[in-house]
Design a protein around this ligand. Structure first.
Ligand SMILES: [Zn+2]
Length: 288
């Protein structure tokens, strides 16, 4: 445990948590201008607080924005709101859950702690920063239905929330949706940026190409899964075992919330129109 400071161009960050136990418990909150982006998990407040206090001293913090409602991102929003008397902004889809609370699996209390309710305001499409630049909100559901990313055109950066996480995911959470995630990645990739600031990994150098590789991996995986299921009539269990292997530590540590099977079944929810194969067939038929 402990924390580590991150500096990347105009961005400062605070990384808390550790690797191990099957789950990556690292989480990062960032500051750009006088805006804090994400707030870390409630049980890391001891480490987040000194970072927030130092940044509030200089250059100052005048608002908090979060990428989605999950407790490892919004978990200290209430504490920071009270500490600094600043507004909290969140995606429209997060507001009710932030105010009224939401149910979380037991392992999530253990890993991240339990968030206090917070009154947030809907985040605008464009946020003006204290350095004269701005952040644009890009909708990015799939990991969570309310998630957004924040794009800094001027600094060529993307605050990615939990869109990236890992280059080649082998697990999916029960409430994540692979086809929606793929569409969100393409929406984000339509914008130009170089490095990406991940909510758990920290700085991902050349994050635009890393995210492009991740979406290609997911699309290829979905294609193979669909073919094996529909054409080869393989069972979900057989496909999971063949392509991803047996469930590992992530599955047990999360009480089954993260599973390889979830990733396979989620790829099967894609309709024919969503699949990359259907898109390329249409393009071929169209003949340019
Ligand atoms: Zn999340």
């Amino acid at each position: 445990m402990g924390s580590q400071r991150i500096e990347h161009g105009p961005v400062a960050g605070c990384r808390t948590g550790r690797y191990g136990g099957g789950l990556n418990t690292q989480a990062v909150c960032y500051r750009i201008g006088r805006t804090l982006i994400d707030t870390g998990p409630p049980n890391q407040w001891t480490y987040v607080r000194p970072f927030v206090e130092a940044e509030a001293e200089s250059p100052g913090i005048d608002r908090v924005v979060v990428t989605h409602h999950h407790e490892d991102h919004a978990g200290n929003a209430r504490a920071i709101q009270e500490l600094l008397d600043v507004p909290v902004y969140a995606p429209a889809g997060s507001l009710d859950r932030l105010r009224d609370g939401f149910s979380i699996e037991t392992y999530r209390w253990v890993v991240w702690g339990r968030p206090a309710p917070v009154d947030a305001e809907p985040v605008p499409d464009v946020l003006s920063l204290s350095d004269g630049t701005s952040l644009r909100t890009v909708l990015a559901p799939g990991h969570a239905d309310d998630m957004v990313c924040y794009l800094s055109d001027d600094h060529d950066l993307l605050f990615a929330g939990d869109l990236f996480l890992t280059p080649q995911p082998k697990y999916l959470r029960y409430d994540e949706d692979a086809p929606t995630l793929i569409r969100s990645m393409h929406r984000v990739l339509d914008h130009s940026f170089t490095d990406l600031l991940c909510g758990h990994r920290g700085v991902v150098q050349d994050g635009h190409s890393a995210l492009r590789k991740k979406v290609r991996y997911l699309e290829a995986l979905c294609g193979v899964i669909q073919r094996r299921y529909r054409a080869d009539k393989q069972s979900v269990d057989a496909i999971t075992r063949d392509l991803l292997g047996s469930e590992g530590m992530m599955y047990y540590a999360s009480g089954g919330d993260f599973s390889k099977r979830n990733l396979v079944t989620s790829c099967l929810t894609a309709t024919a129109d969503d699949s990359p194969a259907a898109g390329s067939t249409d393009a071929a038929r169209g003949g340019g």
